[in-house]
Design a protein around this ligand. Structure first.
Ligand code: CDP
Length: 202
């Protein structure tokens, strides 16, 4: 069994929580591809060169808890515009997607570019206000300083950059099923996603 579930969507839409729940439910492995770009962004903030970092990225680099800050997210989004950086990260993602036992990958271009043949594609979204509020609560829970208005501005600016870049822009694949989580609890979103994936894999 080598099924791939592709989960795409804008910043803080709940892709991570949903993807982890799907992976647990179906017994698949999970890759948060945003962490690849965040690791590149963190390396750039530390004075490195984006393409060098992308080409030499070790899987252990994804476990660094410091990748979760807003500053790293912004640097990730800037590095993610470069087609050469994206290209350097393709093989790792495709290898993960086709592993034995099934895989869930979440990101921006999984259903469109990385895994256009994925068995199931979800596009997870929510209003910018809802997403900013969720990110605010996440950062506060993680003990980080957070400002609601600044987060909303940052989320909007990053979505705009991710959606308008020339290479692999954020958009739903034509065969993706959209889940708008604005008015759903995490459990409700998970139940919808599990039902969609169960149908698609049957
Ligand atoms: O957690 P959040 O949704 O805020 O962001 P993330 O998924 O960790 O992604 C951080 C940044 O990496 C995004 O704003 C994108 O610019 C970039 N990214 C990408 O270009 N392609 C992906 N497959 C995943 C992330």
């Amino acid at each position: 069994m080598k099924a791939t579930i592709a989960v795409d969507g804008p910043a803080a839409a709940g892709k991570g929580t949903l993807s982890k729940a799907l992976a647990r439910y179906f017994g698949f492995a999970h890759l948060d591809t945003g962490l690849l770009y965040r690791a590149v962004g963190a390396g750039v903030l530390a004075g490195g060169e984006a393409l060098d970092i992308a080409r030499t990225l070790a899987p252990e680099a994804l476990e660094n808890p410091d990748l979760r800050t807003q500053a790293v997210a912004e640097a990730a989004s800037q590095a993610a515009v470069d087609p050469a950086v994206r290209e350097a990260l393709v093989a790792f993602q495709r290898g993960f997607a086709r592993r034995e036992g099934g895989a869930v990958l979440d990101g921006r271009d999984i259903g469109t570019v990385i895994c256009p043949d994925a068995e199931v594609k979800l596009f997870v979204t929510a209003s910018a206000e809802t997403r900013a509020e969720r990110r605010y609560l996440e950062l506060v829970a993680a003990g980080q300083a957070a400002d609601r208005a600044a987060i909303l501005d940052e989320v909007r600016a990053r979505d705009e950059r991710d959606a308008s870049r020339a290479t692999a822009p954020l958009r739903a694949a034509s065969d993706a099923v959209t889940i708008d989580t604005s008015d759903l609890t995490a459990e409700e979103a998970q139940a919808q996603a599990i039902a969609i994936v169960t149908r698609a894999l049957a």
